[in-house]
Write a protein that binds this ligand. Structure first.
Ligand SMILES: *Cc1c(COP(=O)(O)O)cnc(C)c1O
Length: 336
């Protein structure tokens, strides 16, 4: 019996042998003292790639989002975001619990930016009467919208509005590398539209752990304090940063393979591959029963998939799904 093909998430990857070697050989120090050379190298490299002053290595993308957003939104202020954004739906209220902010949302097909809706939601500071909007968050690629890319032109238009309105932009770039590879847009161009970003190494890039806050030196210094306050000050963590550096060297360009595999799977499940921008395929079933039956039948045939909504099944391609795995899964889906 061949191995299972696991399409539940791109977080499930195993570190490769070469990545494990890089981790084992990494020079390390106590990063709370700022003395881990591998962490510093990773932070400098990622900051530079996005054209920002500094970056901060964090254990999770959720922590990076909370730290990043709290540099631009204070207690009793609001963050605007799309209604299925990870910051709103999948961080278990962390932004409310830690930062004391509120959120209002717009809803757009495929998680896109809707600038007129953002402009209509935007609330200026009117003194002690209404919640003022401090920042707007965008997610690129958009997870629950099936890995959809937000076009750079839309992000630049948002940047223009934010500058005129005097508010900040946060970019949840957990899968920004997928957007970069799918469109050819540089990381620096994405960095330029945001005051602050959160990016993950543990999704498509295949590192076991790790995300970064990216922004100004002041925002990152403030995030360093809050990371420690939340219990996220890590010591000889260069072993994990080394995995991230290895991933940046070896696992970015290959994301194009994941995108091709996702289109192959889309075709097999009857989803228009033209609507699959990157490595996620969202399959809407008629009912919860039908979604659950699909998951069970796929598992029986050796392909693991997961539901991400009452009727929604998600397929995610990644480093541990090669062409043969994708073809095997496609054959199973075509049969179901
Ligand atoms: C996975 C993800 C995160 C961070 O998740 P963690 O599991 O906390 O690392 C943030 N935003 C998006 C869009 C994600 O998909």
């Amino acid at each position: 019996m061949p191995d299972l093909v696991d399409l539940r998430s791109d977080t499930l990857t195993q570190p490769t042998e070469a990545m494990r070697r890089a981790m084992a050989q990494a020079p390390v120090g106590d990063d709370v003292y700022g003395e881990d050379p591998t962490v510093r190298l990773l932070e400098e490299r990622v900051a530079e790639a996005f054209g920002h002053e500094a970056a901060l290595f964090c254990p999770t993308g959720s922590m990076a989002n909370v730290l990043a957003v709290r540099t631009v939104v204070g207690v009793g202020q609001e963050l605007l975001c799309e209604s299925s954004a990870h910051v709103a739906r999948a961080e278990l209220g962390a932004h409310a619990a830690y930062t004391g902010l509120t959120m209002r949302t717009w809803t757009a097909p495929r998680g896109q930016l809707d600038l007129p809706a953002v402009e209509a939601l935007f609330a200026p500071d009117m003194g002690p009467f209404f919640v003022p909007t401090a920042a707007i968050a965008v997610e690129n690629t958009h997870n629950f919208a099936g890995g959809a890319v937000l076009p750079l032109a839309d992000l630049e238009a948002l940047r223009g509005f934010a500058d005129r309105a005097g508010c900040a932009v946060h970019l949840d770039g957990a899968r920004i590398w997928n957007a970069h590879v799918a469109t050819g847009t540089s990381l620096a161009a994405y960095g330029a539209v945001a005051d602050v970003l959160a990016v993950c190494l543990s999704k498509g890039l295949g590192a076991p752990v790790g995300s970064l806050v990216v922004g100004s030196a002041a925002a990152v210094a403030e995030s360093r304090v809050w990371r420690k306050r939340m219990g996220g000050g890590m010591r000889q963590v260069g072993v994990l940063a080394a995995a991230g550096l290895h991933a940046l060297d070896h696992h970015v360009e290959r994301l194009a393979d994941d995108h091709a595999h996702a289109r192959l799977l889309a075709e097999a499940v009857g989803v228009d591959p033209a609507g699959v921008d990157t490595n996620i395929v969202v399959v809407e079933r008629d009912s919860a029963e039908s979604a659950a039956a699909f998951v069970r039948a796929a598992a029986d045939a050796g392909v693991r998939v997961a539901t991400v909504g009452p009727r929604t099944v998600r397929l995610v391609t990644h480093l541990d799904v090669d062409r043969a795995d994708a073809e095997r899964a496609a054959a199973v889906f075509a049969r179901l």
